[in-house]
Design a protein around this ligand. Structure first.
Ligand code: HEC
Length: 104
């Protein structure tokens, strides 16, 4: 019985705490963004540096409400990707931003 209860609590935790790393993977972001190397898109390290101390601005970018500051010349490629995260809640976008900002 006690085991069952622990399982229920655990499952609830997974459902409610947004996991930025998991979102990043499941939305396909990782196919263009590596942790340390620039590939199709800039590295997460570069993104984290550009947005250091500017999490609000990063969340705005993810919502399509702020311009690209990392590689504006390629902004059209990235803009097309924003549709994949359109339905995410503020909490999920915040977790996604936190995950990227950890790569400094
Ligand atoms: C098809 C390749 C591709 C995919 C998939 C992709 N990106 Fe990008 N991303 C780019 C390119 C190219 C840039 C550089 C242009 C720019 O800076 O906006 C970029 C830039 C960015 C930036 C920097 C924005 C800035 O201010 O310049 C962030 C943040 C970002 N991507 C997040 C994401 C997230 C989150 C996902 C998944 C939802 C994602 N990307 C998926 C190609 C991609």
């Amino acid at each position: 019985m006690r085991k069952l209860l622990a399982l229920v609590v655990l499952a609830g935790g997974v459902t409610f705490a947004a996991d930025g790393a998991a979102i990043f993977k499941s939305k396909g972001c990782a196919s263009c963004h590596q942790p340390n190397a620039d590939t199709v898109g800039p590295s997460l390290k570069k993104i984290a540096k550009a947005y250091a101390g500017k999490k609000d601005q990063l969340v705005k970018f993810l919502k399509g409400q702020a311009p690209a500051i990392v590689d504006p010349a390629k902004a059209a490629i990235m803009k097309a990707q924003l549709t994949t995260i359109k339905g995410l809640s503020d909490e999920e976008l915040s977790a996604l931003a936190d995950f990227m900002l950890k790569h400094k």
